[in-house]
Design a protein around this ligand. Structure first.
Ligand code: S3P
Length: 434
C-alpha cells in the first residue's frame, strides 16, 4: 500500500490553532516535513508545548496556552523555507501582546510580505521591516486590533488566513473578500473549534467573515489526511505509464478547494477513480478518499481563471504532464506562481526547454507543446520542492535521462519522495501495482 505524508496546509493550521486553544488537542497524521518543523519550532519558541513531530503520523498531544498565552520569544523566529509559517504567524501574533522578529531562508527572504502586513495594518497591526522593503526580516508588535473589511486583489489562502487569525487573537471582526475562492482549511478548522466563520458569494467575489471572535478555542481531535499536493506527483507518474496497471493511493485529502487538478486531468483524458469517499458535507470537516490511477493517453488542455487557485501548487506537476500529452497545453491567469518558492513560471519554462520540451514563458503562465520523444538534460530545482518533484517524475519515466541539482529540497513537503518514486518505478518495496 502506498501512502503519502500528511497534508502540509492542514498540519500548519492544526499546530498553530491547537497551540492557542484552551485544553488538550490530539493530532494524528501530521506532516513532519521541514516546513511544518518550522511552524512547530517557532511555536515552541513562543512558549507553546508542541512535542516532536513523529515521522509515522502517530498521535501527538498539544496543551494549548489560550488565545493570549503566547510569549515574546528569546530569539528570532526562523521560518525556514515556509511562506505559510511566516504569513500565518504574522497574522496570529499581530493580535497578541508580544514582540517577535520573523525571518526565513534565502528563498523566503526574497518573497513579498506586504501582501499580509499591508492588510493587517488596516486592522491596526504594527510591523517594522528590518531589511529590504516588502521583505523579511519583519518585526511584529502585537496589540488589540480593530474590525475591518479587506478586499484582496489576489485569491490567497495565506492572506485570508493571516487576517482571520489576527481577528481571532486581536478581538476583531474581520471580513476578507477574495476574487475567487482559495483553499478553506482555516475556515473549516476554526468552525470545528467553535468560532463563527461565514462564507458567501457576493458581487465582489468570495467573502469570508469571522466574528465576533470567541474568547477561547475548543481543542482539536483531528486526523490529518494525506496531502493531495504530494499525491499529485505520484498520480502523474502513474498516468504517464510509470506503473503497469493501476496505482492506489489511500486516504488522500479531497477538499474541493484543493482538487482542481483532478478535473483538469480528467479533461485531458486521465483515468482516475475516487473510492471510499468520505465527503465533508460537514463545513467543519475535510473530505478524503482513495485515488486509483491508471496509465492514460492524454491530450493538451487550457487552464485559466477560477481554476487556478484550485490547483495553484499543482502547476509544476501539470506542466510535467503537459510535456507528455498530445498537443498544446496553455496555462493562463497564474501570475501568482512568480511569488512561490521560486518564480515557477520561469523555472518551469527554462527547465522544460533545458530537457528538450517546447515551452514558452507567458507573463501569466505557460504554453507547452507535448510530445513523445525521450527527454534529457539538466534541471535546476531553484530551491523549490515542487520544481524538483515535477522533474523527478519526468526523470523516472523510462527512456528519459534527467539530472537534478538538488534532491534534498523535497524534504520541505514530502520526506521519502525519492524512495517512493524509486519503489514505484521498480514495482517493488512498499509500493505495489494494484
Ligand atoms: C497555502 C496557500 C497557497 C499555497 C501554499 C500553501 C496555505 O499560497 O501556494 O503552498 O497553506 O495557505 P497562497 O495563499 O499565497 O496562494
Amino acid at each position: 500500500m502506498i501512502r503519502v505524508p500528511g497534508d502540509k496546509s492542514i498540519t500548519h493550521r492544526a499546530l498553530i490553532l491547537s497551540a492557542v486553544a484552551t485544553g488538550r488537542s490530539r493530532l494524528r497524521g501530521l506532516l513532519s516535513g521541514e516546513d511544518c518543523q518550522s511552524t512547530a519550532s517557532a511555536l515552541r519558541a513562543l512558549g507553546a508545548g508542541i512535542p516532536e513531530l513523529p515521522d509515522d503520523g502517530s498521535e501527538i498531544v498539544v496543551d494549548g496556552v489560550g488565545l493570549a498565552g503566547l510569549q515574546t520569544p528569546a530569539s528570532v523566529l526562523d521560518c525556514g523555507n515556509s511562506g505559510t509559517t511566516v504569513r500565518l504567524l504574522l497574522g496570529l501574533l499581530s493580535g497578541i501582546r508580544l514582540e517577535a522578529l520573523l525571518t526565513g531562508d534565502k528563498s523566503l527572504r526574497a518573497r513579498p510580505m506586504r501582501r499580509v502586513t499591508g492588510p493587517l495594518g488596516e486592522l491596526g497591526a504594527s510591523f517594522w521591516e528590518s531589511g529590504a522593503p516588502d521583505r523579511l526580516p519583519v518585526r511584529v508588535r502585537g496589540r488589540k486590533l480593530r474590525s475591518a473589511r479587506y478586499r484582496s486583489p489576489v485569491a490567497s489562502a495565506q492572506v485570508k488566513s493571516a487576517l482571520l487569525l489576527a481577528g481571532l487573537t486581536g478581538g476583531a471582526e474581520v471580513t476578507v473578500v477574495e476574487p475567487t475562492r482559495s483553499r478553506d482549511h482555516t475556515e473549516r478548522m476554526l468552525r470545528r473549534m467553535g468560532a463563527a466563520v461565514r462564507e458567501a458569494v457576493t458581487k465582489e467575489g468570495w467573502e469570508v467573515s469571522l466574528g465576533p471572535p470567541p474568547v477561547e478555542l475548543e481543542p482539536l481531535d483531528l486526523r490529518v489526511p494525506g496531502d493531495f499536493s504530494s499525491a499529485a506527483f505520484l498520480v502523474a507518474f502513474a498516468l504517464l505509464g510509470g506503473v503497469r496497471t493501476a496505482l492506489k493511493i489511500p486516504n488522500v485529502g479531497l477538499n474541493p478547494t484543493r482538487t482542481g487538478l483532478l478535473d483538469v486531468l480528467e479533461s485531458m483524458g486521465a483515468r482516475i477513480e475516487v473510492e471510499s469517499l468520505r465527503e465533508a458535507d460537514d463545513p467543519r470537516g475535510e473530505s478524503a478518499g482513495d485515488l486509483v490511477v491508471s496509465p492514460s493517453e492524454l491530450r493538451g488542455t487550457s487552464v485559466s481563471g477560477h481554476q487556478i487557485p484550485l490547483l495553484i501548487d499543482e502547476v509544476p506537476v501539470l506542466a510535467a504532464v503537459a510535456a507528455r500529452a498530445d498537443g498544446v497545453t496553455e496555462i493562463r491567469d497564474a501570475e501568482e506562481l512568480r511569488y512561490k518558492e521560486s518564480d515557477r513560471i520561469r523555472a518551469l519554462a527554462e527547465n522544460l526547454a533545458g530537457i528538450g520540451v517546447q515551452a514558452t514563458e507567458l507573463p501569466d503562465g505557460l504554453r507547452i507543446v507535448g510530445g513523445e520523444g525521450a527527454l534529457g538534460g539538466e534541471v535546476h530545482a531553484r530551491h523549490d520542492h515542487r520544481i524538483a518533484m515535477a522533474f523527478g517524475v519526468l526523470g523516472a519515466l523510462r527512456g528519459n535521462r534527467i539530472s537534478l541539482d538538488d534532491r534534498a529540497v523535497t524534504d520541505v513537503s514530502f520526506p521519502g519522495f525519492w524512495g517512493l518514486l524509486s519503489d514505484l518505478r521498480h514495482g517493488s518495496g512498499a509500493v505495489t501495482d494494484r
